[in-house]
Ligand binder design. Structure first.
Ligand code: HEC
Length: 123
C-alpha cells in the first residue's frame, strides 16, 4: 500500500469511527468490558436487528418504552449515541440501568445495540 492510499484509508477510518457530524454522548470513559471488534459491521445485519427488536420489547420497554412510567428511565436518543456507548450501557449497566452481560450473550447484546441504532427503532 503506498502512502497516499494509506493516508486516505486512515482518514476514512477516522470519519467512520467519529460518526462524522453526529453529536455524540459522553463516551470518554474506560469501558468495563470493551465491545467486540467490528461492531459497526455487525450492526447492519438484518437478522441481528430483528433479534434486538424482540429483546427490546421483552426487556427494555417497561422502563424505556413510550408507555413506561414517566421518569423511570430516560427516553433514548439514538442519534446522539455511538455504538460503543450503547454497548457499554447495555452490557455493563450504569446507575439505574441494569447490566445485561450475565443475562445475554455478546451477540444478543450486539443485536440490541443494532436495533436501538437502526431505522426500525420504535420505543
Ligand atoms: C429497570 C429499568 C430499566 C430497564 C429494564 C432497562 N433500562 Fe436502560 N436505563 C435505565 C435507567 C434508569 C437509565 C439511566 C441511567 C443513568 O444515566 O443514570 C438507563 C439508561 C440507558 C441507556 C443510556 C441512555 C442515555 O442517554 O444515557 C441506554 C442506551 C439504555 N438504558 C438501553 C436499555 C436497553 C437496550 C434495555 C433493554 C436490554 C434497557 N435499557 C433496560 C433503566 C432501565
Amino acid at each position: 500500500m503506498n502512502f497516499r492510499r494509506l493516508a486516505s484509508t486512515v482518514l476514512l477510518a477516522t470519519l467512520l469511527s467519529t460518526g462524522a457530524g453526529v453529536v455524540v454522548a459522553d463516551t470518554e470513559k474506560v469501558f468495563d468490558d470493551p465491545p467486540p471488534p467490528r461492531l459497526e459491521e455487525l450492526l447492519r445485519k438484518p437478522e441481528l436487528i430483528a433479534r434486538g427488536d424482540a429483546i427490546w420489547k421483552e426487556q427494555c420497554t417497561h422502563c424505556h418504552g413510550s408507555k413506561a412510567y414517566p421518569g423511570k428511565a430516560p427516553k433514548l436518543a439514538p442519534r446522539r449515541y455511538t455504538p460503543e456507548f450503547v454497548w457499554d450501557r447495555v452490557h455493563n449497566g450504569f446507575r439505574g440501568m441494569p447490566p445485561w452481560k450475565e443475562v445475554y450473550s455478546e451477540e444478543d447484546i450486539v443485536a440490541v445495540v443494532a436495533y436501538v441504532l437502526s431505522d426500525e427503532f420504535w420505543p
